[in-house]
Each structure stands twice: as C-alpha cells, then as structure tokens.
Design a protein around this ligand. Sequence first.
Ligand SMILES: *[C@@H]1O[C@H](CO)[C@@H](O)[C@H](O)[C@H]1NC(C)=O
Ligand SMILES: *[C@@H]1O[C@H](CO)[C@@H](O)[C@H](O)[C@H]1NC(C)=O
Ligand SMILES: *[C@@H]1O[C@H](CO)[C@@H](O)[C@H](O)[C@H]1NC(C)=O
Ligand SMILES: *[C@@H]1O[C@H](CO)[C@@H](O)[C@H](O)[C@H]1NC(C)=O
Ligand SMILES: *[C@@H]1O[C@H](CO)[C@@H](O)[C@H](O)[C@H]1NC(C)=O
Ligand SMILES: *[C@@H]1O[C@H](CO)[C@@H](O)[C@H](O)[C@H]1NC(C)=O
Ligand SMILES: *[C@@H]1O[C@H](CO)[C@@H](O)[C@H](O)[C@H]1NC(C)=O
Length: 430
Amino acid sequence: MTIIHTLLATLPLLAAAVAASNQGHHGGLPKDLVAPHIQAHPYAPGNFRPAVPRREHGHGKVCTIKSHNGDAGPHIVAAARKCNHGGTVYFPPGVYEIATAVDLTFLQDIDFAIHGTISFLQDAKYWETQTFKYDYQGAKLFWRFGGKNVNIYGNDKGVIDGNGPYWWGQMANDSTTQRPIMFGTDGLHHATISGLTMRNPPNWFNLIANSSDILISDLSLQVDPQPKETPAKNTDGWDTYRSSNIVIQNSVIINTDDCVSFKPNSTSVIVQNLSCTGSHGISVGSLGQYIGEVDRVEDVYVYNITMANAGNFARIKRWGMGTVHNVTYDHLYSNSNDEVITLTQCYYAVNQTMCDRYPASLEISDVTFKNIWGTTTKKYDPRVGSLVCSSPDVCHDIHATNIHLEPPSGNTATYTCVNLADSELDINCV
Ligand SMILES: *[C@@H]1O[C@H](CO)[C@@H](O)[C@H](O)[C@H]1NC(C)=O
Ligand SMILES: *[C@@H]1O[C@H](CO)[C@@H](O)[C@H](O)[C@H]1NC(C)=O
Ligand SMILES: *[C@@H]1O[C@H](CO)[C@@H](O)[C@H](O)[C@H]1NC(C)=O
Ligand SMILES: *[C@@H]1O[C@H](CO)[C@@H](O)[C@H](O)[C@H]1NC(C)=O
Ligand SMILES: *[C@@H]1O[C@H](CO)[C@@H](O)[C@H](O)[C@H]1NC(C)=O
Ligand SMILES: *[C@@H]1O[C@H](CO)[C@@H](O)[C@H](O)[C@H]1NC(C)=O
Ligand SMILES: *[C@@H]1O[C@H](CO)[C@@H](O)[C@H](O)[C@H]1NC(C)=O
C-alpha cells in the first residue's frame, strides 16, 4: 500500500508533462484505452440497449486531461465538449481534483477512459453553494452525467475517491453538513459504467436518476473501516430513481448502508452477481415518502448475490402511497446476516397497533423470494425473516420457496408472517 501511495504521489508531475503534447490528438487509442466489451449476463431486461464500444478501430479524437495541481473541473468540461460526438476523454494515470461542479449532461457518443484517480476538493462549506441540488432526498452532486451513448470505464485502473473520512469527520461535528453523492447520472440513456474502483464516498456512492439502458459492471466499491467517533454514513452502493432498464452486475461492495436500493419509479432493473459485505442489503424503498406522490417499483430481478455481515439481505421497506409489483430475489447466499427476508409495509409505524390503525395505501404483489441458502447471526435467532403487511387487501401473491437458512442456535428458522393473502409460503411462519 505504502509503495503504491508514494508512486501515485509522484505521478501527477509525470502525467502533466506527457499530457501537454497530447491534447486534442487525433488517431488511434492505445489498445488498453478502448471501452471493454461487457454484456448483461445472465439476465437482461427486454430490449436492453446500453452503449456499444464504438472506437475500437482507432477512430475519433482523444482529449487528454492534464493532471494539474489545480481544479480539473473546467478541463473536464472543455475536453468533453471537444471530444463529444465520437471521441474519448482520457485521464492518464495521475491525480485529478475536481473543485468546481462538473455538468456533463450534454453528452452524445463519447467515451471516458479514466486511468487516474479523481477526487473532490475537501471543503464542505464551499461545496454547499456549488453542487447540483435535487429535491429528492436532498440529493447533491459534485458532477453529473447525462446524454446518449456514453461509455465510462476505468479498465481496472481508474479510481474515484470521495475522501469520505473528511466528510464523516465534518458530520461528527455538525450533523447538518451537506454531503454530496459521489457519482450521479441525470438523464443518461444508453451507457455503460465499468472497471472502476470507487472509494469512501461522502454520502451514497451512485445515484442513477432519470436514466435508461445503463449497464454497470465490474466495479469495486469500498468503504474503509472508520473510527467509532466518525463512522461512515449513508454509503449506499447504488440508488436507482425514475429509471428503467438498468443492470448492475459483477461487482464487489464493502459498505455500511444499502448495497443497492430501488427508489421511486425504478422499473426493469436487474442486479446480478454481486458480493456485498457489511451493508443493509438490497432494498426496495422507501417509497411514498412525499405526500401525494405515487411511487412504483416494478419488474426487478435480483439474482446470484452473496451477502455477508449485513443487517438485512432482501428487504422491502415502505410507507405512503405506491405499488411494488413483480420483484424477485433468486439465488441468494447469506453469510452471517441478521435478517435475510424482510418485508415491512409499516417502516415508520412504531408498532403493529399503529400500523393496523394507519394502513399504508399501497399495493405489494407478485413478490418472490426463492433459492436462498446460508447462515444468520444471533441477533434474532431463530427468526431469519419477517413478512409483515398492513392488510391482506394490499398485500398479495407473496412467494417464499426453497429457502434453507441456519440460525446459529441450530433451531429451526422462523419467520414472522402477518396479513399475507394468496401467498405461497414454504417457510415456518410463527
Ligand atoms: C471538530 O470540532 C472540534 C472542536 O471544535 C475540533 O477540535 C476538531 O478538529 C473538529 N473536527 C473536525 C473533523 O472538524
Ligand atoms: C429528473 O427529472 C425531473 C423532471 O425533469 C427533474 O425535476 C429532476 O431534477 C431530475 N433529476 C433528479 C435527480 O430528480
Ligand atoms: C462475478 O463477478 C466477479 C467480480 O465480482 C467476476 O470476477 C466474475 O467473473 C463474475 N461471474 C460471472 C459469471 O460473470
Ligand atoms: C454467481 O456469482 C459467482 C460469484 O459471485 C460466480 O462465480 C458464479 O459464476 C455466478 N453464477 C452465475 C450463474 O452467474
Ligand atoms: C412515478 O410514476 C407515476 C406514474 O406511473 C407518476 O405519477 C409519479 O409522479 C412518478 N413519481 C416520481 C417520483 O417520478
Ligand atoms: C417481471 O420482471 C422481470 C425482470 O424485469 C421480467 O423479465 C419479467 O418479464 C416480468 N414479468 C412480468 C409478468 O411482467
Ligand atoms: C403502539 O404505539 C402507540 C403510539 O406510540 C402506543 O400508544 C401504543 O400503546 C403502542 N401499542 C403497543 C401494543 O405497544
């Protein structure tokens, strides 16, 4: 580690010297710079069309970003404008610090080859007035990607580093510290994001919003262990919002909040072959958080996931108005998680009495949990799951089959089951 850090520290100077002669260079990309061939596997939504790698034969401009001591932000925007419509923005190995918000929502047929480390100015006060701000959950972004036909890739070299410890430290002193989400799409269609390491985000790692046909593959998301006084906060891996035809696959996530979370109006989303450690699981919701809004989560398939040391694994949590329809969790491997299956319609109600009195106005239907194996922790032993609906009118066709979970006591695994209509439950409800 020390050797790598020392090496990285000397790289900006080297990269700056090389890049100067390379700016706006026409011609072939070095072979290791082209977008990798990745495919949604084994599942893909119907009619899934992420971006195709287009520049394999060396066509198109290359716009090389210099590794500066100063703000990389304006250089990134300028390079993207110059190389838009068929080129590649290249970040050679080196360190790039973004110190002004970067709006990349004008993209069309462009690649981003990130072989360096991108980070963001550590100044919470400054960013308060600089980030892109959204109404939804007070989301804020340092930079955002939107447009069509875009490949963003790191070829297993690129790193995006959120310097989380700085932000969590600020947070420990002032809980109102505004912490940006580290990576965001807003209106991105037909794109791939791959081969990157993402590290220590101030807040969520990724927000995928207003987007469609996005393939996310081969990422490594890491939150480093933190001191007790300044814990990592809200480090969701991916949150999808108002988006459809999204595939998230073949990635390793070590974090402290949801591994993946399907937020309002996420439809046709497939999550497959992930290894999640330390998280809060793969969650639907929360939904209907804003009064008068009808949220939908539909056609979600979660497949072949290994989850370790998490609070929950498969979780549907919600309140307010909306529908959850056709959500499947299939092939889940549980390694010491507290609760493996959780369906709660009354996420915010303090107890069942209050939940019955103020039932959620929503509908949960066609939800399947199947082919699930592994172990749980002592926390709720022998309970390994709970399926709690506010009323059978709004909660039906819930399936739980071929589930083999072993609580540490060796007792038979149990589940709390309440108000489930027309359901096929091959589990031990108590
Ligand atoms: C938090 O506040 C204390 C006391 O004002 C200060 O000593 C410390 O450096 C602050 N920590 C951070 C991370 O800002
Ligand atoms: C998504 O699109 C809506 C409608 O155009 C817009 O109001 C919102 O700011 C966009 N982004 C997010 C993250 O909500
Ligand atoms: C699953 O993901 C890992 C990376 O986390 C990758 O090495 C492996 O090839 C993937 N497996 C399949 C079947 O795609
Ligand atoms: C499931 O994921 C594991 C790695 O996490 C991989 O080795 C295996 O090939 C995957 N299986 C399928 C059917 O994709
Ligand atoms: C979700 O979609 C429904 C229509 O299906 C719409 O009424 C609602 O406003 C959308 N919600 C959000 C957050 O975009
Ligand atoms: C349920 O969702 C999955 C995953 O998106 C999809 O393949 C399937 O067609 C959907 N089923 C129905 C009946 O719409
Ligand atoms: C449920 O919560 C309500 C509101 O806090 C309280 O009045 C009631 O006694 C609780 N009921 C039970 C059974 O704990």
